[in-house]
Design a protein. Structure first.
Lengths: 731, 430
């Protein structure tokens, strides 16, 4: 785990050893910027502010370094993070339910059992991961980010936490010694199996120097089977006394009362008492052995046996001395205390015992696992969390989460930061997760559980998740592009955006969702996927944005011509129908969309040589007030070829009058200085020419109109006929 | 802390700024060489490749800022040529038309395959001094940007037409050094919360070799440019927007050698006003004066040290704001700024609500001028960079005390022959 106070030197170095002054004197400094994607930094040498005139020789390289505060998780770590996040979510569910059902429910047996089950789930996952990484790291050295040993320490810490703080319901007040001894035996195996194997292979094992230490240790650990096995080997020992005592000791070891075997603690206490009496009897017998028979020529067996009986008697000075001799640590002393010295030791009494032990035999401050254990033993959950956070932010976050559910830590927020203990560590873990952008779903899930600050932080992370709307197109130019385009065109929300949308719905982050939709719309505009852009704009209820999309489509007419334009409009036309149904949609922007669609229809008809209908379309766009003023001039120019059409008269007299009215207005207003408002679009369509060209074009329209009126007059009723025909068609 | 990548040679001259885009997948870099480059990361291997490269200004490009992506792919660049330019990335299809070759002319395309091109959309020429910083406003305020230049003016521009990006209205122009406070009653309160670090001056015995070298180097630099005067060189001009929507458009700005930061409120209905001045100098009797700056701004009194960088943290639901400053005095400071209380003060005589601030952290670890301070996106990690050649990270503990949280340097590791070799291999492999 990267420690919090860590220094990294970048490569290649810019400052040679001992040459800091040269770097400074060259007028350079270092600047950096933080990436919004993950916990990484871009670092680069720069000119010192206010020294703009420094010129360095062009030959020098100007590097940018990238550094990250966290290593992004390897696959096995990711698996661990993902799997345990499911347990986290389950606990989250539980506490959320508790909020609606009251605190009492949270302390009920039902809830407690669930919390205990989830705690044991964490313990099991840590164990699995330990086993897995220990196996794989043997095969591929160094590929695992965290060694098996790291997960082993998570496993021991969580298991200890479970023993001390999450006992079975109703057992909070029960003696804890046996449970602790089990924990110790599972996690810190002593004596080793090899030693036992070695000794059992000997004819006279007591002649081996490891024999007595081994026997003392198995007694201390309550491993009665191993103890009785080796006591039995003493049956061939030359000393009668030892043979006899060993024979008496064996049943005592086997019959030490265990809490689990009793229904009521009272019975257990009574049994313990009676058993202690038997031990006392053995002590009397032991003391009666004469000094001369206490040594077998190899070892003073009596001293050793006396130690064993001393342990069973629960003599603290014996336990302590034996542990020191055996090289055992504070844990072993504390735990054996709870088994032999005070079999009825309660969880709440443990800290006092442990603090005495630690006074003589302190924990190892360089070993974080040891520190976490000591804090847990000492009944200081908060301290345990602070060490756990250094060991692995994962451990601190999940333990803090459990601790809060169990009311072990302060729930009230820190006045300054506004965060309580749990939220602080959970957010710390979320920040660690943010180092890997691929884990954003898990990152925000943890953040969303942390009050207002957490929710807002999650908003930031969500908004910065790359949408990858165009990544397919720009990174791989080959077939990927087509695939991407295929996906986009299908109109489905593309992968990541869909996920983010769903997440926003789940946590009710409408503001964020809209922002993301606006960004998506903008991206699709750049990609000329106007249909998708429109649907994202409307999903964001961003009506001005929707208007801008339509503007961009209309812009396509100017830059790419009518054919492209009609093709793009075909993409957006379906959304028009949907939008009209939507009540919230704002009129003016829908209006513009309608114009774009109608204008495209007009060009489609022109293209199909359906001139009569095209002419009718053109006039009706004016009549319905659909055409924006800036487009009038363009529409008028479009009318010119229709006016000049040789065959039938395409416009009625009245229609031609409408065209003339609009033409007059455009020209008059342009004269009055509203040139930009009326001629802007036409000017950009015509290109470089400016106002003059535009006006010239409109003069052409005027001429065409004049000629048209002349034709109308000559034919007389021609216009009317058309009008009637239209009416019939309409009816 | 690990190194994850390297661009060996980014520009032909020293870089002046590097800015990540909204998603951290692209980088815009600018340099003394007057060019801007845009880089894209290849996510499969973490390598950065040049996407575009063009000559942007006629002098050093001092700062660069990305607009929020809901407005498109837009950059603003500030320069010593006294201009700010707005650039837009256009896709290849539309570059064919006539109006979009502004930047393209005379700027050879880099190895971009011609798939995109950055087009100059607007040039903002109001500054009467070198432009030192530019930053787009938070997106909820629309497409706006703030600039600060060595004429001590903060200028706010608003884009009038988003589709073309051509028209930018100068909506505010205020001289930071003379901007008055919000009301006559002092809106100023500095309370020093328990500083977490004892400050030591640069002259102190603890000054490192680096710091000594710095001081030696300062004099010749100044003498070498008699025409410029010290102001351009010794001043600091910086801005940072308040990211929160709730409080309206608010900006932190520092200019010249005042050593103070002003919190400026912008409002459509009235002239910008100073809500608060963040001044770390131990206030002598009577301070602050109105405006809080008359002391230092009108002379080249070198008593105050310029603030070179200010960063307003995303508030992320906290009830207060965090503003970090870095200055030539070598200090990184974190200010905790409390907005005015909502409910009207019962006993107050109708005075405006007051913002208040206190220093919650004051670090002098750099032992030399600090050039940049910056927050991460959740406002939980502060990074600072100094002339000591180090980037330092800062985080709050559970007791909300700010502490060092690692550092990055560019020195050769004394013990690291092996490490160098392995890094070398990595770099080669990449």
């Amino acid at each position: 785990m990267s420690s919090t106070d860590h220094h990294l030197n970048l490569f290649p170095p810019l400052i040679q050893v001992g040459h800091a002054e040269q770097f400074i004197q060259s007028g350079k400094t270092i600047l950096s910027t933080q990436s919004p994607l993950n916990q990484s930094y871009a670092v680069f040498p720069s000119a010192r502010k206010g020294t703009p005139s420094i010129k360095v020789s062009g030959a020098e390289e100007q590097p940018i370094f990238f550094a990250s505060s966290e290593t992004s998780p390897s696959s096995e770590r990711r698996l661990f993070i993902g799997d345990t996040s499911i347990i986290f979510a389950a606990l989250q569910n539980l506490t959320n339910t508790a909020q609606s059902r009251g605190q009492e429910w949270l302390h009920s047996q039902e809830t407690h059992n669930v919390i205990r089950k989830l705690t044991l789930d964490y313990v099991n996952f840590a164990r699995e991961c330990w086993i897995h990484t220990s196996q794989t790291s043997v095969q591929s050295q160094g590929s695992s980010q965290f060694s098996g040993d790291h997960y082993r320490s998570l496993y021991t810490c969580l298991a200890l936490f479970a023993v001390l703080y999450v006992p079975e319901y109703g057992y909070e007040d029960a003696p804890v010694g046996d449970d602790l001894m089990e924990w110790l035996n599972v996690h810190f195996i002593e004596p080793s199996t090899e030693e036992g194997d070695h000794l059992s292979g000997l004819d006279h094992p007591w002649e081996d120097e490891t024999f007595w230490p081994y026997l003392v240790r198995v007694t201390l650990r309550g491993l009665s089977k191993a103890a009785t096995f080796f006591l039995a080997t003493l049956s061939s020992h030359p000393s009668d006394n030892l043979r006899r005592l060993a024979q008496q000791l064996s049943p005592l070891l086997q019959s030490q009362p265990r809490l689990q075997s009793f229904e009521a603690e009272r019975d257990f206490a009574y049994a313990s008492h009676r058993w202690k009496d038997k031990v006392k009897a053995l002590r009397i017998e032991l003391d009666s052995v004469s000094e001369s028979d206490r040594h077998d020529g190899i070892e003073n067996w009596w001293d050793r046996l006396s130690d064993i009986v001393g342990i069973l008697e629960g003599r603290s000075e014996v336990i302590r001395r034996v542990c020191e001799d055996l090289g055992a640590d504070w844990r072993e002393i504390s735990v054996s205390w709870g088994v032999f010295a005070d079999a009825r030791l309660r969880r709440q009494d443990l800290p006092e015992v442990v603090s005495q032990v630690l006074d003589d035999m302190p924990q190892d401050p360089t070993n974080l696992e040891d520190m976490v254990h000591a804090a847990l033993f000492s009944g200081d959950p908060t301290k345990a969390l602070s060490h756990a956070a250094q060991l692995d932010p994962w451990l601190a976050a999940h333990m803090a989460d459990l601790m809060q559910a169990l009311s072990l830590i302060e729930k009230d927020p820190n006045e300054d930061s506004g965060l309580n203990i749990r939220d602080f560590y959970v957010l710390g873990y979320a920040q660690y997760l943010h180092a890997d952008p691929a884990l954003w779903r898990i990152t925000v899930a943890y953040m969303f559980s942390c009050g207002e600050t957490g929710v807002r932080s999650a908003d930031e992370v969500l908004m910065h998740v790359p949408l990858k709307l165009r990544s397919v197109g720009s990174t791989t130019h080959g077939q990927g592009e087509q695939n991407g385009a295929g996906n986009l065109k299908s109109g489905d929300l593309a992968g990541v955006v869909k996920d983010i949308n769903a997440t926003c719905y789940e946590y009710q982050r409408e503001e964020v969702r809209r922002t993301i939709c606006r960004i998506a719309a903008q991206t699709f505009v750049q990609e000329k996927e106007y249909g998708l852009a429109l649907s994202y704009s409307s999903s964001a209820e961003d009506w001005p944005g929707l208007g801008r999309v339509v503007d961009r489509v209309l812009q396509e007419y100017i830059t790419a011509g009518p054919e492209q334009f009609t093709r793009y409009v075909a993409g957006i036309a379906p959304s028009l129908q949907a939008l009209r149904m939507q009540s919230g949609a704002q009129g003016i922007f829908i209006h513009r969309l309608m114009f774009a669609v109608r204008y495209a229809e007009f060009h489609q008809r022109l293209c199909n040589q359906d001139l009569q209908d095209a002419a009718w379309d053109l006039v009706s766009m004016f009549q319905d007030g659909l055409a924006p003023k800036s487009w009038w001039a363009v529409l008028l120019c479009d009318s010119q070829p229709l006016l000049q059409h040789d065959g039938t008269l395409l416009f009625t007299y009245a229609s031609a009058c409408i065209l003339l009215q609009h033409l007059e207005e455009v020209i008059a207003r342009t004269d009055q200085g509203s040139c930009d408002e009326y001629l802007r679009i036409l000017m950009s369509k015509l290109g470089s020419g400016g106002t003059t060209d535009a006006l010239h074009a409109l003069q052409g329209v005027r001429l065409a109109l004049a000629k048209y009126f002349a034709r109308c007059t000559m034919i007389g009723t021609g216009g009317k006929q058309i009008l009637e025909r239209k009416f019939i068609a309409a009816v | 802390m690990i190194q994850t990548g390297l661009i060996q040679s980014a520009h032909n001259d020293l870089l002046t700024d590097v800015a990540y885009d909204f998603y951290g997948l692209r980088l815009a870099t600018c340099s003394l060489d007057q060019r801007i480059k845009v880089w894209q990361v290849d996510e499969s291997n973490g390598n950065w490749n040049v996407e575009d490269d063009w000559k942007a200004h006629d002098a050093t490009v001092s700062k660069i800022s990305w607009a929020h992506p809901e407005f498109g792919t837009i950059l603003a660049s500030a320069s010593f040529d006294r201009t700010v330019k707005i650039w837009e990335q256009t896709s290849f299809a539309s570059t064919a038309d006539s109006q979009t070759n502004g930047a393209g002319a005379g700027s050879p395309q880099a190895a971009s395959g011609g798939s995109s091109r950055w087009v100059e959309r607007a040039v903002l020429v109001d500054a009467r001094g070198t432009v030192r910083a530019v930053e787009f406003a938070p997106h909820h305020f629309g497409l706006k940007l703030a600039t600060v230049s060595s004429d001590n003016n903060v200028r706010i521009y608003e884009c009038l037409e988003q589709s073309s990006l051509a028209t930018w209205q100068l909506s505010e122009e205020v001289d930071v050094s003379t901007l008055p406070s919000i009301s006559l009653s002092s809106s100023y309160s500095v309370a020093f919360a328990t500083p977490t670090q004892t400050s030591a001056t640069l002259e102190g015995a603890s000054a490192t070799l680096v710091a000594q070298a710095l001081q030696q180097s300062q004099n010749p630099t100044n003498q070498g440019r008699p025409g410029m005067g010290n102001r351009e060189a010794d001043g600091g001009w910086c801005i940072s927007w308040c990211k929160d929507r709730y409080w309206g458009e608010i900006l932190a700005a520092g200019c010249g050698i005042t050593g103070a930061i002003k919190i400026i409120q912008l409002s459509p209905s009235r002239r910008p006003t100073t809500l608060l001045t963040l001044d770390p100098s131990p206030s002598p009797a009577g301070l602050p004066a109105e405006g809080g700056t008359s002391l230092a701004s009108d002379g080249d009194t070198p008593t105050a040290f310029a603030i070179t960088s200010v960063a307003w943290a995303p508030s992320c639901g906290r009830s207060y704001h965090l503003i970090a400053t870095g200055g030539r005095d070598g200090h990184v400071r974190i200010w905790r700024v409390k907005p005015a209380e909502e409910e009207p003060d019962v006993e107050g005589e109708g005075s405006d609500p007051k913002w208040s601030a206190s220093v919650v952290a004051d670090f002098d670890h750099h032992k030399s001028a600090v050039g940049r301070v910056e927050w991460n996106i959740t406002g939980t990690v502060l990074s600072s960079a100094g002339n000591d050649g180090r980037v330092r990270l800062w985080k709050a503990t559970i007791g909300n005390v700010w502490r060092p949280a690692g550092s990055i340097g560019v020195e050769q590791s004394e013990d690291a022959q092996d490490a160098d070799v392995s890094m070398d291999e990595n770099a080669a492999a990449e």
